[in-house]
Design a protein. Structure first.
Length: 179
């Protein structure tokens, strides 16, 4: 079964490998004009979104999450290209949202509720229940879920996980359950 899947996977991956060598294109005039209109329409000078995104930050994420082989599972440094202004090829509002998504770490939402954000594709919510910890959406991988729980336990009492809630069946919301 595994040998039959390999040629299919390689066939699917080859077009993407060929695209890696193609130089990026500059924005068309239409794209440039459309993105310029967004810059004029929205209040990009107002940076309060960034202050709001940092509210409740207990610990920032500053290093990659590695697997047992020492290879990165999640690395926010891969998104360092988002620093600065959006290029003409990208909608500036989407660029700003991507920048906001790089504000990562453990956040206190309110008393007894914490979130791990930016350590994965999803957010993991930790609810301090009467008998232990309730984990909502335990992220995409075992490694990121473990890193998120370790970050939480550096700041909060060590308590058992007594329940896990999956808000919906996307792998980034349940893949890390064994973490």
């Amino acid at each position: 079964m595994r040998l039959r899947s390999l040629p299919c996977l390689l066939a699917l991956a080859l077009p993407f490998a060929a695209l890696a060598d193609v130089p990026a294109k500059d924005a068309t005039d239409l794209t440039r004009q459309g993105n310029q209109q967004w810059l004029q329409r929205l209040p990009f000078a107002d940076r309060s979104d960034f202050d709001n995104a940092r509210r409740g930050l207990v610990e920032a994420v500053d290093q990659a999450v590695l697997n047992a082989d020492g290879k990165p599972v999640w690395d926010l440094q891969r998104y360092a290209f988002l620093a600065g202004e959006a290029p003409a090829t990208v909608n500036p509002s989407l660029w700003r949202i991507a920048q906001l998504n790089t504000i990562a770490g453990l956040f206190k939402v309110t008393d007894g509720i914490y979130q791990v954000r930016g350590l994965d594709l999803a957010n993991m919510t930790l609810i301090e229940g009467k008998h232990g910890l309730i984990v909502m959406d335990p992220l995409l991988s075992v490694e990121t879920a473990r890193a998120g729980l370790a970050m939480y336990f550096r700041h909060r009492p060590q308590r058992p996980v007594v329940a896990v809630i999956y808000t919906h069946p996307h792998v980034d919301h349940f893949g890390g359950v064994r973490g």
